[in-house]
Design a protein around this ligand. Structure first.
Ligand code: NAI
Ligand code: MG
Length: 354
């Protein structure tokens, strides 16, 4: 039996509910690979902020560091500005642990109606590699004349060759293991004549090392259109921090719902902490109602199992989710059913055991 120490930040809104279900499923799946988990819960998020004036303990990154992985629900609250919640908790985690790769699959399961209704199940199967430490999220800039009517804000993107190269290379390496062997790069070098040009140059240089891979380069606006028009043509997609963020909400809805969109923040050095969280946020519009779809959190947990090298456990979760969706009897409201969050979690956990 191997034991893993997992840090858990349930966070805000539906983050709490969906994380609970993910843990239920992990408890069931661990045994499949002779693994056990010990959960360390950290009460950080906006409740903590209201009490302490900060999103997390001052030394929170040090407290997280020794764990084998981090499960996160979501952070965000209608009464706190989003830049405070994000920069006070989530983004420093990605940077401190150098979680340079944000992996986001979009897969059209049997039993899930895509808004693009004529697409057969499994015809859409893309994996987005989002650069996760720099780019448009660098948080460099400033304000001038802030409290006057002619105030000025400067927000700078940061693109480094190292940052571009490692995400692009990771995308090509993954594409080599997938049957279709395609990589699409998302750019905007027509308008962003420095950062995105460096991105394009790096993409071309890395692509030259992988002649077996078919490549294309698309401007972000064109990509948004093609994600809807020909989603099945995409295999691996590599994008900057902001573009990857935007496109993965789009990819999520193309394959049915935000409630299915999983995400992994992978530390480029294995010794650093990696973090697993659904793509969605705290969904204040449905928080506290017990109707959030927990499958995005559960599929993110399955990505954690893969990362921890528990492939049988990961496969058992994927199989259970597929079965639940194909059965179609216990679907949550976002997928057209009436099943409550915990009922969906219970059913997936039960199917994992079968
Ligand atoms: P959101 O992802 O929370 O919600 C978008 C829409 O999708 C809402 O209509 C919501 O009800 C629905 N939805 C999301 N997840 C769902 C699920 N599991 N089941 C069923 N329906 C689901 O995005 P929004 O509304 O833009 O942001 C809300 C808050 O979350 C903000 O404070 C934002 O900053 C934060 N946020 C945090 C993230 C994180 O912690 N990584 C990521 C995205 C947003
Ligand atoms: Mg997002």
């Amino acid at each position: 039996m191997r034991t893993f120490e997992i840090a858990v930040i349930e966070g805000d809104g539906i983050g709490v509910d969906v994380t609970r279900e993910a843990i239920k499923v992990l408890e069931a799946a661990g045994g499949v690979d002779e693994a056990e988990f010990s959960w360390n819960y950290f009460p950080w998020g906006t409740d903590y902020y209201f009490e302490h004036g900060r999103m997390a303990a001052e030394d929170y990154l040090d407290q997280l560091a020794p764990h084998d992985a981090l499960l996160l629900g979501a952070v965000g609250h209608p009464e706190v500005q989003d830049h405070i919640t994000l920069n006070g908790l989530l983004l420093p985690i990605r940077r401190r642990f150098d979680q340079a790769i944000c992996l986001r699959p979009a897969f059209l399961y049997e039993g899930v109606p895509s808004p693009l209704r004529d697409k057969p199940a499994e015809s859409i199967d893309m994996l987005v590699f989002r650069e996760n430490t720099e780019g448009e999220y660098a948080n460099i800039g400033g304000r001038l004349y802030q409290h006057s009517d002619h105030d000025v804000a400067v927000q700078t993107s940061v693109f480094t060759r190292r940052g571009c190269e490692r995400i692009i290379r990771a995308a090509f390496e993954k594409a080599m293991t997938r049957p279709r062997k395609r990589v699409a790069s998302i750019t905007k070098s027509n308008a962003q004549g420095y950062g995105m040009v460096l991105w394009d140059e790096t993409f071309a240089a890395v692509a030259a090392e992988y002649p077996a891979i078919e490549t294309e380069s698309l401007l972000i606006d064109r990509a948004a259109m093609e994600f809807v028009r020909r989603p099945e043509s995409f295999d691996v997609v590599v994008a900057s921090n902001l573009f990857g963020d935007i496109l993965t909400d789009l990819a999520a809805i193309v394959v049915g719902s935000m409630g299915l969109a999983a995400s992994a923040n992978i530390a480029i050095e294995r010794k650093n902490l990696s973090m697993f969280e659904p793509v969605h946020g705290s969904a204040p519009d449905i928080a506290g109602q017990g109707i959030a779809n927990p499958l995005a959190a559960i599929l993110s947990a399955a990505m954690m199992l893969e990362h921890l090298e528990l492939p049988r456990a990961a496969a058992s979760v994927h199989a259970a989710v597929k079965m639940l969706l194909a059965e179609g009897e216990l679907l949550p409201p976002d997928l057209g059913g009436t099943a409550r969050t915990e009922v969906v979690g219970d059913r997936v956990a039960a199917l994992v055991g079968e």
